[in-house]
Structures are given as structure tokens and as C-alpha cells.
Design a protein. Structure first.
Length: 188
């Protein structure tokens, strides 16, 4: 399988903070989508985040957004998605450990390229999250919010693409894991 340059596709990055840490989530937009693709991606990201508002913590805050068109490594500031509702889940009693927990959405492009995006500040920990889930995976049949978020990733325009420029088909589950980098930072 061919490797692709990181700038092969347009990219939209959203910076946010939650539980005392700052993070960035990135979405790839198909080549040639231009300003319309960026505008529609912001709408899609807002819908995606709103599907998870029951599980996002109340301190989940957008800090800024940037955009780079295809074939460019220069990210310029752009507006954050509008209409994103506040998170509704209360701050956990163990915010330090929960701040290290990542929820990953995974899929593959129609040509086989892996794709994934991570989101922090979502109550998906096995100790505190969905009842009956204790294997660090939540399927779309186990949680309606996860199902709605995955449905948004898989539908509406523009399609999210992998680094090969092909549309991603997102799997019907999310994985959760304590991020090793943030765990090391917590220990020091």
C-alpha cells in the first residue's frame, strides 16, 4: 500500500480543553472541496460533538480551529464550529485519571487505509461510563450516543477521508484507552 504525504488532503483541526488538558482533533477533507468543504466539515463536526454532549464533560471547551488546504503545510486560523452544545456530564471525582482517557473512533478508507480520531473529555471509562461495558470497547448497540456519533461520521457531506484521499467507513464501535503519554505526564 502506498504512503501518502501528510498534506495530500485538506485538514481541519479543532483545539479544545477538558479536565485541565488541551487537545487537538483533526478531520481530513477530500481534495478539491475548498471553502465549501471546510464550511460543511464544521457543520459535521458540530453535529458529531452534539451527538456526544450527554457524555462530554461540562468543562469541554473549544479553544480555536485551523485549516490547511491540500498540498499545504500551513494551517491558518478559522472559526470554530458554531452551534456546539455544552457538555452535560459532570466533572468526575477522579479528573486526573479520567483526563488521560481517550475515546477513539476507528475505520478504514474504501482503499484500505487506516483512519482514526481521538476525543478526550468523554465519559467512556469502564469504571464510570456505560453500565455493562468493561472491555474498553463500546459498540453502537450498547450506547445510542456512540451510534449517533458514528452515523454522523459515516454520513453527511463532506465525507471524512483517510490520508489516501478516499472516504472512510467508520466501524460501529469506539475503543477507549488510557493514553500512555498523558499517564506518564500525570506521574511526573
Amino acid at each position: 500500500m502506498a504512503d501518502f504525504a501528510a498534506n495530500f488532503t485538506a485538514r481541519f483541526k479543532l483545539r479544545y480543553s477538558t479536565l485541565g488538558k488541551s487537545h487537538t482533533v483533526m478531520f481530513r477533507i477530500a481534495r478539491g472541496a475548498g471553502a465549501t468543504g471546510l464550511s460543511n466539515m464544521k457543520l459535521k463536526v458540530a453535529a458529531f460533538l452534539n451527538a456526544l454532549d450527554n457524555g462530554r464533560y461540562t468543562d469541554w471547551t473549544m479553544l480555536g480551529a485551523t485549516y490547511a488546504p491540500e498540498d499545504s503545510d500551513i494551517f491558518l486560523a478559522t472559526d470554530v464550529p458554531s452551534g456546539v452544545s455544552a457538555g452535560l456530564d459532570t466533572i468526575p471525582t477522579d479528573p486526573l485519571s479520567q483526563s488521560c482517557l481517550a475515546t477513539s473512533f476507528v475505520g478504514r478508507s474504501i482503499a484500505g487505509q487506516k483512519a482514526r480520531t481521538f476525543l478526550y473529555g468523554v465519559n467512556t471509562g469502564p469504571e464510570t461510563g456505560i453500565a455493562g461495558f468493561d472491555n474498553f470497547r463500546i459498540t453502537s448497540t450498547e450506547d445510542a450516543n456512540v451510534a449517533a456519533a458514528i452515523a454522523i461520521l459515516n454520513s453527511s457531506s463532506p465525507s471524512i477521508v483517510a490520508s489516501d484521499g478516499n472516504n472512510v467507513v467508520w466501524y460501529p464501535y469506539v475503543n477507549t484507552k488510557y493514553n500512555d503519554y498523558w499517564v506518564r505526564r500525570t506521574r511526573s
